[in-house]
Design a protein around this ligand. Sequence first.
Ligand SMILES: Nc1ncnc2c1ncn2[C@@H]1O[C@H](COP(=O)(O)OP(=O)(O)OP(=O)(O)O)[C@@H](O)[C@H]1O
Ligand SMILES: [Mg+2]
Length: 342
Amino acid sequence: MPYIDIRDLTVAYGPMVAVSQFSLQGERDDRVVILGPSGSGKTTLLLAICGLLSHQNGDISLNGRRIDHLPPGKRKVAMVFQDGALFPHLTARQNIELPLRAAKVVQSECSSRVRRIAEMVGVEPLLDRRPSAMSGGERQRVAIARALVREPDLYVLDEPFASLDPLLRHRMAQEVLEIHLRLGVPFIHVTHDQSEALSLGTRIVVLCEGHIRQIGTPAEIYDAPADLFVAGFVGFPPMNLLPIERVPADLAKECHDLPRTPSAGSVVVGFRPEDVHVEPGGPARLLNRHVQGHEQIMVFQWDTVRLTARMKRGKSLDSESYGLSLPHGRLHYFDHMTGKRL
Ligand SMILES: Nc1ncnc2c1ncn2[C@@H]1O[C@H](COP(=O)(O)OP(=O)(O)OP(=O)(O)O)[C@@H](O)[C@H]1O
Ligand SMILES: [Mg+2]
């Protein structure tokens, strides 16, 4: 039996179904990342797993134990909320201790566990402060420490780094990764941030309007998106997506060799910006170019279509027009009607 086993989970607010028939299996060493736009049901899913929201259908098992009928305190799932949600009248130490006190852990054990976790998450100097005397990022770290101190069967983290600056965000993501490896407890982590998703997760679940669009490793999601939604949502700048009849003949000859099928008129062709090969002199006009670290993003107009390319910054490009091409085998095909990958 898989360590995490969620089957057909459906959660609704009155008549509005927010998560529909969600199924996920994962092992102890998995880090599951839920990726999806705002309103896609990510928080709803986590609340249902924790037992803070009741579900209409489906079952949840963890570590060989069915938990969906248990109250939140008995599920052994620890959640970090998006806004931290610390008790303002308690110090950091008292906030972190709360779950241990609720579980009636003896004082000496309590103190040593709080010290160990505070050191791991880097909040030791804050232990005697109240939340009002901490920055947003510090509060979030204390909230993470409070979840980690419980040693549960599963952590669920709802955009835990959303309020942090990019540098701290990156550091905390690395720390959570190390804590996972050290404690051997799996997590389900929700994020809007796809670079965080692709770097943290062993498995990614892409959610849209309460439905799973794809589950896979970061490489599977990026290299073989299951449908047009995943293709357009994962990857930045997004994949170029064009109806097949608008793909310039010189850009990718191979797509015009596609055998004609009954739906050939409604095929959408996709290719990633980093796969576009750019050379000075040709039919594409450069509309704009901006630098992002060691890379540059370029937007071209070619006949009636706009195309995005991404390449190393070093290449000097001062021409106004360019020739664009795609190496063989880098195209993705989708059915325009169903959105599915062909
Ligand atoms: N208490 C509620 N009552 C009714 N509808 C709700 C409630 N909470 C959320 N919803 C709706 O359920 C859907 C999913 O919401 P949810 O909060 O799970 O999205 P999310 O993916 O976490 O979004 P975000 O990325 O903005 O946090 C949305 O359409 C939302 O409007
Ligand atoms: Mg949310």
